[in-house]
Ligand binder design. Structure first.
Ligand SMILES: Nc1ncnc2c1ncn2[C@@H]1O[C@H](COP(=O)(O)OP(=O)(O)OP(=O)(O)O)[C@@H](O)[C@H]1O
Ligand SMILES: [Mg+2]
Length: 315
């Protein structure tokens, strides 16, 4: 089985325009200054794809951009990280998505304009495209209405084409959590939500109750718990793994996506699930040592060097 790509990532694409050192928090009807600004590749799916590629996997991206400067920027940034962009759809009549992030102290306010990502749908993804990869990862369900009610079909198609699958649904900005997980999760090998997302999806108040609700429909479940590490649920067993605690966090942007990259990297190398979880905690922690979601990820030896220096990691 000679596949061109290890992982095909389907997801949203947008730039992040980050304003830092804002003099005071935004107020309606007033204008304020920010002393620092960064334009960077945003979106959970793109951070995941970049970091997985930096770890050494062959990664391709399927997403939608507009025919504008932000679209070109997203593509160029992914390509710089070695991600194949030949399956990205460019729709000249649309605008590329953008998130404006207003950082103030430890807090921030985000606003996302979805643009082209809203138009991507299951009909854009052919069987022939899926056949090029060993694994399909889908991210950010609630940002992409084109997949509403149809995500099970995409994952089913991928399974039928012989791929393994993973899913990070991410936060629902509308907070409706309208996803029929009983329909989707049977076709997902690795489901990777964070704890708050899982509790909202299952409408439960504790992790134990939430796992109880989804365990009969899901396969491997990995729950991200920020500085408390992660929980793995498989074969009726709950396994907790402490974080490689970073007390000097630069920022936590993309920690979850870097965690996903570490898990899927190890999973595709057929490591044990315990190893996958530990390595995911490590890549999540590595992400917090540099600003933004991708700067800490250059190449495998450098990532391991940071892991050894900062967290005493032993291979
Ligand atoms: N302060 C920290 N120190 C060490 N590791 C951390 C820290 N914060 C997060 N991590 C690691 O990163 C993983 C993912 O972080 P988190 O739980 O914030 O994901 P998330 O909410 O999905 O994030 P994202 O905003 O990127 O989607 C955690 O499970 C943990 O292993
Ligand atoms: Mg997340």
């Amino acid at each position: 089985m000679n596949k061109k790509f290890d992982v095909i990532v389907v997801g949203e694409l947008n730039v992040d325009l980050i304003l830092n050192q804002i003099h005071s928090f935004p107020e309606i009807g007033k204008e304020k200054f920010a002393d620092n600004m960064t334009l960077t590749l945003g979106s959970s799916a793109a951070i995941f794809a970049s970091n997985l590629s930096s770890l050494g996997m062959r990664v391709a991206f399927i997403g939608a951009i507009g025919g504008d400067i932000f679209g070109r920027f997203c593509k160029e940034e992914l390509e710089k990280k070695g991600v194949d962009c030949s399956m990205i759809l460019k729709r000249d009549e649309l605008e590329t998505g953008a998130t404006v992030i207003l950082n103030f102290g430890d807090d921030r306010a985000n606003i996302t304009y979805q643009g082209a990502m809203k138009q991507l749908s299951i009909y854009d993804i052919s069987e022939e495209m899926l056949h090029r990869g060993r694994h399909l990862h889908f991210s950010s369900y609630f940002f992409q209405p084109g997949f509403k009610g149809q995500l099970d079909c995409l994952f089913k198609k991928a399974k039928e084409a012989g791929l393994t699958t993973s899913f990070d649904m991410q936060w629902d900005p509308s907070e409706q959590w309208d996803l029929d997980f009983r329909q989707v999760l049977p076709f997902v090998d690795v489901f990777i939500p964070n704890e708050a997302e899982l509790l909202n999806l299952t409408k439960q108040s504790t992790l134990e109750k939430a796992l109880e609700i989804i365990k009969d429909t899901a396969n491997i479940i990995v729950v991200k718990r920020g500085k408390w590490g992660s929980v793995l649920f498989y074969n009726n067993e709950i396994i907790s793994c402490d974080a490689f605690l970073n007390n000097e966090v630069v920022d936590a942007i993309g920690a979850g996506d870097s965690f996903n990259a570490g898990f899927i990297f190890s999973y595709l190398k057929k490591q044990t699930l315990i190893h996958c979880q530990k390595f995911a905690n490590l890549t999540g922690a590595v992400s917090t040592t540099k600003p933004g979601g991708t700067t800490a990820f250059t190449n495998y030896p450098e990532i391991i060097k940071t892991a050894k220096e900062k967290f005493g990691y032993e291979e």
